[in-house]
Design a protein around this ligand. Structure first.
Ligand SMILES: Nc1ncnc2c1ncn2[C@@H]1O[C@H](COP(=O)(O)OP(=O)(O)O)[C@@H](O)[C@H]1O
Ligand SMILES: [Mg+2]
Length: 310
């Protein structure tokens, strides 16, 4: 798999404020990468550095193999971005907006037609394409803004807090359509968010940033591992020493804890814990309840923030 974005000790100061502090990471081509952090943690500054809109104080980066400082134009030609402003014209219809930007990007008439149709369909906006944008909900506008950023078939798109200000239903619809688009086009997405739930649902990998520093990076599963393996809690009766031994010796099970009628079985990520049910039943255990438990990314996030404060 090739690498779309790469940074080495990327750093940016504003006066005495270090907005981005020695950040090193890679983003695989075709993946959806989330930069997760609270307000003021350096997310937007990182995007601006990667797009060559700001120069780093130290360190460097490369986007699609280009250096954003010396080859900023090439970076911007091959990337799309949705930053603070959507750049949409409220008085035009959605179709007119895309038509306008498609001309700015110098797409041919034929290409404009197919591309605009494709994007409207992918973003679930086809039926609304002739409506004036002014009348639209924020969620629809954000989707149109993503379509706009995708017109010239960029290989990478940067989305800065694309669901900020959307209600939960709109945010969820937005995420679904974004995932469709990514699957269809193979575009690499670099997205920032301060919403854990969103990072967890949407992203293949997540970098957690705070006060300019990258605290952790990995898939949501890998990050969760920091707070311990997933587990199931079994409530029931008949836990014999024999079945407890069976569980303990299971190659995928990492720990078994018993407290009266309650057994917590912790296992490796990726193990299908439902396969334990026949084993328990076979050994005569009377199961009253089974609950799946795993630490949420939120727990991990909170732990990381606490570690940082300590
Ligand atoms: N142009 C600027 N001038 C001065 N300080 C800035 C500028 N841009 C960002 N900062 C500061 O850098 C830090 C990170 O900001 P930002 O990257 O916008 O964070 P985020 O996008 O995560 O909310 C903040 O302390 C912010 O005040
Ligand atoms: Mg920001």
């Amino acid at each position: 798999m090739s690498i779309a974005i790469q940074t080495t000790h990327l750093t940016r100061d504003f006066g005495t404020v270090r907005a981005v502090d020695q950040i090193t990471f890679e983003v695989d081509s075709g993946s959806l990468f989330g930069f997760l952090g609270p307000n003021g943690s350096g997310k937007t500054t990182t995007i601006r550095l990667l797009l060559g809109l700001l120069e780093p104080t130290q360190g460097n980066s490369s986007v699609l193999g280009y250096d954003p400082i010396s080859q900023g134009d090439l970076v911007r030609q091959n990337c799309g971005a949705l930053l603070e402003h959507t750049g949409l014209y409220e008085r035009l219809t959605a179709a007119e907006n895309l038509e306008f930007y498609a001309r700015v990007f110098r797409l041919s008439a034929q290409e404009r037609q197919t591309r605009i149709k494709e994007l409207f369909s992918n973003m679930g906006l086809w039926d609304h394409k002739d409506e004036t944008v002014k009348a639209w909900s924020r969620g629809m506008k954000q989707k149109l803004a993503v379509a706009r950023a995708m017109l010239h078939r960029p290989k990478v798109i940067f989305l800065d807090e694309p669901t900020a200000g959307l209600d939960p239903v709109a945010a969820s619809a937005f995420r679904e359509d974004l995932q469709n688009l990514v699957r269809q086009s193979g575009v690499t997405v670099f997205l920032t968010t301060h919403n854990l739930n969103e990072a967890e649902k949407l992203c293949d990998r997540v970098g957690v940033i705070r006060a300019g520093r990258l605290l952790a990076i990995g898939s949501p599963d890998e990050l969760r591992l920091r707070n311990g393996n997933p587990y199931i809690d079994v409530v029931g009766s008949g836990f014999s020493p024999e079945v407890m031994r069976k569980l303990e010796q299971h190659p995928k099970i990492t720990s078994v804890l018993q407290q009266d009628h309650h057994v917590r079985v912790q296992f490796e990520i990726g193990f299908d814990s439902s396969s334990l049910i026949p084993l328990l039943v076979e050994h005569g255990i009377n199961i009253e309840e089974i609950r799946k438990g795993r630490s949420s990314l939120e727990d991990v996030f909170l732990t990381l923030m606490e570690e940082e404060n300590a």
